[in-house]
Ligand binder design. Structure first.
Ligand SMILES: [Zn+2]
Ligand SMILES: [Zn+2]
Length: 637
């Protein structure tokens, strides 16, 4: 009788199959509707082709384009399709490598001299290959055979020569093009619904500037044309909204080679910053937080004790003070804990809520730095809540309420929430974990919040809730997090005196809401395409005198508005009014007030908005009142 294997599935069902069954056949039987979307199979956390046999028992799932790993596999498979197209059109090319990257893929070629103008032709050939539905065929060969097979491909030979002699080498054949690749891939080229080639660039072989410059073609791909065109529209829109450009146009911040990855804030940027922070502080006080501030430099002993020295050292910066090694804090928790430990605590004081706008430094590789979104120093809107075990659920609810209040005031109302639970490697007892997980889950349910469950994805020290904000063009940003921590209270021996007069461990919650203020400014700018709500905008009103003789009236109005608390500028250049209006619109000023003879005589202003609405003449005092209401209520228009 044929040997059997036992497979478990995500829905907790189990089934028996004959050993060696094709992955595809299992998927067809078990995944029914989803089966068509399957790109590959995951068996015991290992990804294999749909055409591969299954010889072991265990857990089986599928990868679709919606999974990150599935998307990578899809994009990587697309790079083979592109390489085949290039080989057909330019028979003399030598192939190097073709990985997937964020949002797409590339392939490097030698002996290929093309420009962006040639991409259309290659795309057309790719379309043909997609229609041909060519299968990806896997082979295992010896190193010797591989050297023979790739004798005309010097880059492949170099890669093969780098492998041990005994290594079984894997190739995949797509049509007439056999490539050195470990795989896995989608079943056939028909899966790659739509491809767009983006650009041609030069790239050194193996990223080494002493080696040959190759021709790299970048592209992206999607299961269908609709998804591709939506993506292309989104990147076009994203380019227009790039916060680095907006930051320059609005004169908010800059970056300099003298301090790579560390932002410089200009006066207008600091106004925006302060508005965010002032509101943040106000709402934290309302929710019963005390604000604390801890030093940036703390000595080695502390970081040893916190575990950062052991686990986080490569991301930290160091210096010596009086011959003692110090580190710049990458996180605020250890410093905050010293404040807790200053004195004895009683159960009666709980919950204790300490919030800190903590300025942290983390080393990031220069290649990943990106405007305000990825920096080397940033301000976390951090807080640590210490509470009794029985208070945990209510405290989580309070934090969730605060999270939603903050986000909605900034006009961010589309969220995705994830609950991540106990990973294999963890500290703390199973009982503590399940209590904490239950508290997080109950809190989400109490607020009727839909969430995705990520089993096993929690931090080693505790379960967590993550909040992802979706911006106005559909991009998702992870900002807020609520984490229960079993580790720090142990490491720092945190205690309180309970009802029984004995010492107990408090529950510690870490939480951040906006995440990094720097990054949040970037998100806000891109979300609003720079058109910030009135209360946040560094310049709220611009006065535009029609001629020089109206400058006096404009200045007097500006003074009156400034005294009322409105941020206003006068455009005193001798430009035409329409030019002044256009420039003010570019600066994303909320209101433009045109003033000339008529307005001066009637004590009015002629109101326009940055969206080209002409509101017409308004009485100055009335208009000021309206602005103050719009600011006070933090209206979003
Ligand atoms: Zn491959
Ligand atoms: Zn913390």
């Amino acid at each position: 009788m044929a040997e059997k294997i036992k497979l478990r599935f995500k829905d907790k069902s189990k089934a028996e199959f004959t050993k060696g069954v094709r992955a595809e056949d299992v998927v067809k039987q078990k995944f029914k509707k989803q089966a068509d979307k399957a790109l590959a199979v995951v068996i015991n956390k290992r990804v294999i082709d749909l055409s591969a046999p299954i010889n072991e028992s265990g857990e089986l799932g599928i990868l679709t384009f919606e999974d990150e790993a599935g998307m990578d596999l899809f994009r990587h498979s697309s790079s083979h399709v592109m390489a085949l197209a290039v080989k057909r059109l330019y028979p003399g090319v030598k192939v190097a490598i073709g990985p997937s990257i964020e949002d797409g893929f590339y392939y490097d070629f030698d002996n290929l001299r093309i420009s962006d103008n040639d991409l259309k032709k290659i795309e057309a050939e790719i379309k043909k290959i997609i229609h041909e539905k060519l299968p990806f065929i896997r082979r295992e060969v010896s190193k010797q055979d591989a050297l023979k097979l790739f004798k005309d491909e010097p880059y492949k030979l170099e890669l093969i020569n780098g492998l041990p002699a005994s290594e079984r080498i894997i190739t995949y054949k797509l049509g007439e093009f056999e490539d050195l690749c470990r795989g896995p891939h989608v079943p056939n080229s028909g899966f790659i619904g739509a491809v767009k080639l983006l650009k041609v660039a030069g790239a050194y072989w193996r990223g080494d500037s002493t080696k040959k410059m190759l021709t790299r073609i970048y592209g992206t791909s999607f299961p269908d044309k609709k998804m591709l065109s939506e993506y292309l529209k989104r990147i076009e829109e994203a380019k227009k909204r790039d916060h680095r450009r907006l930051g320059q146009e609005m004169d908010l911040f800059s970056f300099h080679d003298e301090a790579r990855g560390f932002p410089f804030w200009h006066p207008k940027g600091v106004i925006l910053w302060d508005e965010i922070i002032n509101y943040w502080k106000q709402v934290h006080k309302k929710y019963g937080y005390g604000l604390v501030q801890t030093p940036i430099l703390l000595n080695k002993d502390l970081w040893l004790r916190s575990g950062h020295w052991e686990h986080y050292k490569e991301n930290m910066y160091f210096t010596r003070i009086d011959d003692v090694e110090h580190a710049i804090k990458p996180m605020n928790c250890p410093g905050g804990i010293l404040i807790y430990k200053c004195r004895l605590h009683s159960y009666r004081e709980f919950p204790i809520k300490h919030a800190e706008l903590g300025f942290v430094h983390r080393h990031e590789l220069s290649g990943v730095l990106h405007g305000l979104v990825r920096v080397r120093s940033f301000t976390q809107d951090d807080a640590h809540v210490y509470c009794l075990p029985e208070q945990l659920e209510q405290e989580i609810i309070n934090i969730i309420d605060l999270v939603y209040e903050l986000y909605s005031v900034f006009g961010l109302k589309d969220y995705r929430v994830e609950l991540s639970t106990k990973p294999e490697k963890h500290i703390g007892s199973d009982e503590d974990w399940s209590k904490a997980e239950k508290a997080l889950e109950n809190a989400l349910k109490a607020r009727k919040i839909k969430f995705e469950l990520n089993p096993g994805e929690g931090a080693f020290y505790g379960p967590k809730i993550d909040f992802h904000i979706r911006d106005s063009i559909g991009r998702s940003w992870q900002c807020g997090t609520i984490q229960v921590d079993f580790a720090m209270p142990e490491r720092f021996d945190l205690t309180y005196e309970g009802r029984d007069g004995r010492k107990h461990r408090p529950v510690m919650i870490h939480r951040a809401i906006l995440g990094s203020i720097e990054r949040f400014v970037g998100i806000l700018l891109e979300h609003y395409a720079g058109k910030l709500p009135l209360w946040l905008n560094p310049v709220q009103v611009k006065l535009l005198p029609i001629a020089d003789r109206h400058i006096g009236y404009a200045r007097r109005l500006a003074e009156q508005m400034r005294r009322a608390g409105i941020r206003v500028e006068v455009d005193e250049r001798s430009e035409t009014t329409s030019k002044k209006v256009r420039d003010a619109q570019l600066e994303r000023v909320n209101y433009m007030l045109v003033v000339g003879d008529k307005e001066e005589e009637a004590k009015t202003v002629n109101v326009r908005t940055r969206n080209n609405e002409v509101k017409g003449p308004r009485r100055v005092d009335e208009f000021i009142k309206e602005l103050l209401v719009e600011i006070k209520e933090k209206r979003i228009k």
